[in-house]
Design a protein around this ligand. Structure first.
Ligand SMILES: Nc1ncnc2c1ncn2[C@@H]1O[C@H](COP(=O)(O)OP(=O)(O)OP(=O)(O)O)[C@@H](O)[C@H]1O
Length: 286
């Protein structure tokens, strides 16, 4: 297993801090799902978030993306604390994909990307109804940019295909194209390789590198250790809501506590390091 990526040169050039979680704690009644977690992501950096089932990854992710307001602590994105309002979060430049694919199945691939793009247009309802010149100009620009993004993720040939008819791996890439259509500064990917075959996983890895190379910051939750350790510049491992270790892939994968944390949680998780070692895919949807 390679501990570092082929893109380490650009990784070394990570820019200023774009996302900062400061002492983030999230409680559900008596349960502390996330406990005083600190986390920093810089522009041009790929951060991985790992941990056994129930470690608090999704809850932490939801705090980062403004879906949850932390019980205490705060999340600062691009210099400001975001209100827990999805539209404002997107407008501020943060985009995400979900564990379970959320496409509009009966719309074409292009239309799905266009939906993401509309948040960056300024056409008002009146102009849209009368379909005036501004509407037509905006519509053309949205269409062109959306096609560019389809090309970028390798789906340029699927413009008019219904989303529901695309192979699974393509649907995941389409979701990424739609997230990119919002012009984010940071993209968060929740288990981007879940359900993918090894070839699709390799394509996903290559796509994430290309996204990072455009200057975006990327945060990835993933159960596939091989994917995470090949991809990320730094990795945060959560266990029972707390930070077990944060470091380079080499540091994290050689820490015996990480292996122990997985093995200690039961037979299902005990298979994770082996899956990484034999190169098989991680395809579990939680
Ligand atoms: N909305 C909620 N209400 C109550 N408890 C919750 C809620 N969301 C998560 N939890 C609990 O918080 C803990 C952390 O869950 P979370 O889903 O964040 O973990 P995870 O690391 O993402 O797990 P997995 O890898 O299985 O998706 C778990 O004990 C879970 O049961």
């Amino acid at each position: 297993m390679t501990a570092t990526s082929a893109y380490d040169q650009s990784a070394g050039a990570a820019g200023e801090v774009i996302l900062q979680a400061e002492d983030v704690t999230m409680r559900f009644g008596g349960l502390t799902a996330v406990d005083s977690v600190n986390f920093t992501v810089r522009r041009g950096e790929i951060m991985g978030l790992i941990g056994p089932n129930g470690a608090g990854k999704t809850t932490f992710f939801n705090c980062l993306t403004g879906l949850y307001l932390p019980t205490s602590g705060r999340v600062v994105f691009d210099g400001a604390v975001l209100p827990p309002k999805p539209r404002k979060v997107v407008m501020a430049g943060m985009a995400r994909t979900f564990q379970n694919i959320r496409l509009f199945g009966n719309m074409t691939a292009l239309e799905n990307v266009m939906v993401g793009r509309y948040c960056r247009t300024t056409t008002g309802p009146f102009t849209s109804i009368i379909r005036g010149p501004k509407f037509r100009r905006d519509e053309k620009a949205v269409r062109e940019r959306s096609q560019e993004l389809l090309d970028f993720v390798g789906l340029g040939h699927t413009t008019d295909h219904l989303a529901r008819n695309l192979p699974y791996g393509d649907q995941r890439r389409l979701e990424i194209a739609r997230a990119l259509a919002t012009d984010p500064k940071l993209i968060l990917l929740d288990e981007p390789t879940a359900g993918m075959n090894p070839q699709e996983t390799r394509q996903a890895e290559e796509l994430v590198f290309r996204i990072r190379d455009t200057g975006l910051a990327v945060v990835v939750i993933e159960h596939d250790m091989r994917f995470i350790f090949n991809l990320c510049d730094r990795v945060l491992c959560l266990v029972q809501g707390r930070t077990l270790i944060e470091g380079t892939p080499a540091e994290v994968q050689s820490d015996p506590r990480v292996i122990e944390a997985y093995i200690g949680t039961g037979p299902e998780d005990a298979t994770e390091p082996d899956r990484a070692a034999d190169g098989s895919e991680g395809s579990r949807d939680a």
